[in-house]
Design a protein around this ligand. Structure first.
Ligand SMILES: *Cc1c(COP(=O)(O)O)cnc(C)c1O
Length: 395
């Protein structure tokens, strides 16, 4: 299939663009010895897990299902090629009924509190796993996206320096307890679409507050939110941050970006269903912000659209909106050289990340098909969805 023949709406993931991102990440790993994992929550396009796993060291999961997906779709195919990938997991709170299965898939397990380490960590340790604790360095480095700031006051994510020393659940001194000596690593995740200057600031805070414990650890995980594959990302500074932890404390450094793996590597193709006018020109598309690009409303952000301009920049400005009943199902204002008409195709860019993993069938909206554009430009239909996918999760 060629792009023009694709049914809409559909997500198109471009293999060559994913490879380009992977090459950049491989460069960081090769020059520094850091280990980079795919954070599946941003991009669970498992058709490409073998390709991703050949380059990266493995994947990280937010819970049992992602851990199993990595086991099935990355670890198994790569084991056949003789490569062992790492399967990591972090959850704010594990469930007893999931934990035995998690132990089967994951060899790195990160906990969010001392209580969780006590409940599950010692068991994991007994099963030969590498265990870590997520810390909160209380160092906010961005204000643009407050909902993505785990360092904000009252955060549930990560143990603060104060709670690291004295456990709030028991009032006991944590440092003197055996449980500290069980930890293999520390994990922090505080960034969102950020550059390495913010990582550097965060590392200063981590060292200031947790530096005393670092020599006792085997590894440190810098989390995600590193926009490494963005054109203006300062890679040499990232590599200095990695070396600092390696050289000063002898630590293995992990990074687990989601976005950076598939940044600018996917599209959402949509068709104009109708146009109308109410003080402003409006186009109704066959794709919905609420259902197919929820971060547009949640984050919020304005996705780039091929061939369009800012409102007023080109001759014809439209408010692009979805076909649901939600008044706020608006993707944004975009301008075009020509008036839009029924049947026109529009291509939203940077739609691989946090899209397929977050979509839903609100209003009975169909889910977009999933397409892979191979390196030769040929488009392969990976999956199509229908009525049964809507009905199947309701009763
Ligand atoms: C979200 C998340 C990531 C990935 O973040 P990106 O912004 O997609 O790079 C990595 N680790 C943890 C713990 C996360 O919550």
């Amino acid at each position: 299939m060629k792009s023009a023949q694709l049914p809409t709406p559909c997500y198109v993931v471009d293999e060559a663009l994913i490879e380009k991102n992977l090459e950049i990440l491989a460069g960081v790993m090769n020059r520094t010895g850091a280990k980079i994992l795919l954070a599946q929550k941003a991009f669970s396009f498992y058709t490409l897990y073998p390709l991703i796993g050949r380059v990266l060291c493995g994947a990280t999961a937010s819970g049992l299902y992602e851990a199993r997906l990595c086991a099935e779709e990355m670890a198994v195919p790569l084991a056949r090629e003789g490569k062992k990938v790492e399967n990591h997991i972090f959850s704010p709170a594990y469930r007893e009924k999931d934990f035995e299965e998690i132990l089967r898939y994951c060899e790195h397990i990160v906990f969010n509190s001392w209580r969780q380490v006590e409940k599950f960590g010692l068991r994991a340790k007994g099963a030969g796993k590498s265990i870590g604790l997520r810390i909160n360095p209380e160092c906010s480095t961005q204000e643009t996206h407050a909902i993505y700031d785990p360092c904000a006051p009252g955060s549930r994510l990560g143990v603060t320096a104060e709670n690291f020393r004295v456990r709030p659940d028991s009032g006991e001194d944590a440092i003197s307890s055996d449980i500290l000596s069980c930890l293999d690593g520390l994990h922090f995740h505080t960034l969102c679409e950020q550059n390495s200057d913010d990582l550097e600031k965060t590392l200063d805070a981590v060292e200031e507050q947790f530096g005393a414990y670092l020599p006792g650890m085997k590894w440190i995980n810098f989390g995600g939110g590193h926009h490494i594959t963005r054109a203006d990302y300062d890679i040499p500074r990232l590599e200095r941050c990695i070396r600092r932890m390696q050289e000063k404390y002898g630590l293995t450094v992990y990074l687990e970006p989601g976005e950076a793996v598939a940044l600018n590597a996917g599209f959402l193709v949509t068709t104009v269903l109708e146009t109308l006018h109410n003080g402003t020109d409006i186009a109704i598309l066959d794709t919905s912000a609420a259902c197919h690009m929820p971060d547009v409303l949640e984050m919020p952000y304005r996705p780039p659209l091929e061939g369009s301009g800012e409102p007023g920049e080109k001759a014809y400005t439209y408010r692009l909106s979805g076909p649901t009943c939600l008044a706020g199902d608006i993707i944004g204002e975009y301008s075009f050289e020509e008036p839009l008409k029924e049947g026109d195709r529009l291509v939203f860019e940077d739609m691989a990340i946090y899209s397929m993993v977050k979509n839903n069938t609100f209003n009975g909206m169909p889910l977009p098909a999933i397409v892979l554009r191979r390196k030769d430009g040929e488009c392969v239909m990976v999956k199509e969805f229908g009525y049964e996918d809507f009905k199947g999760r309701l009763s």
